[in-house]
Design a protein around this ligand. Sequence first.
Ligand SMILES: [Zn+2]
Length: 49
Amino acid sequence: MREYVTLVCKECSNRNYRTPKKTQQTEKLELRKFCRPCRKHTDHKEYKK
Ligand SMILES: [Zn+2]
């Protein structure tokens, strides 16, 4: 089964993206993505429950 990580916008905390998790990945993901609520590109980080 494939694991997914949820990416949340650092500015508005909206959960905007889901991306497949790579198995050997240990560090937290951080990506620059377009955030609809912010209407601009923002840093997204991995969401932890
Ligand atoms: Zn945002």
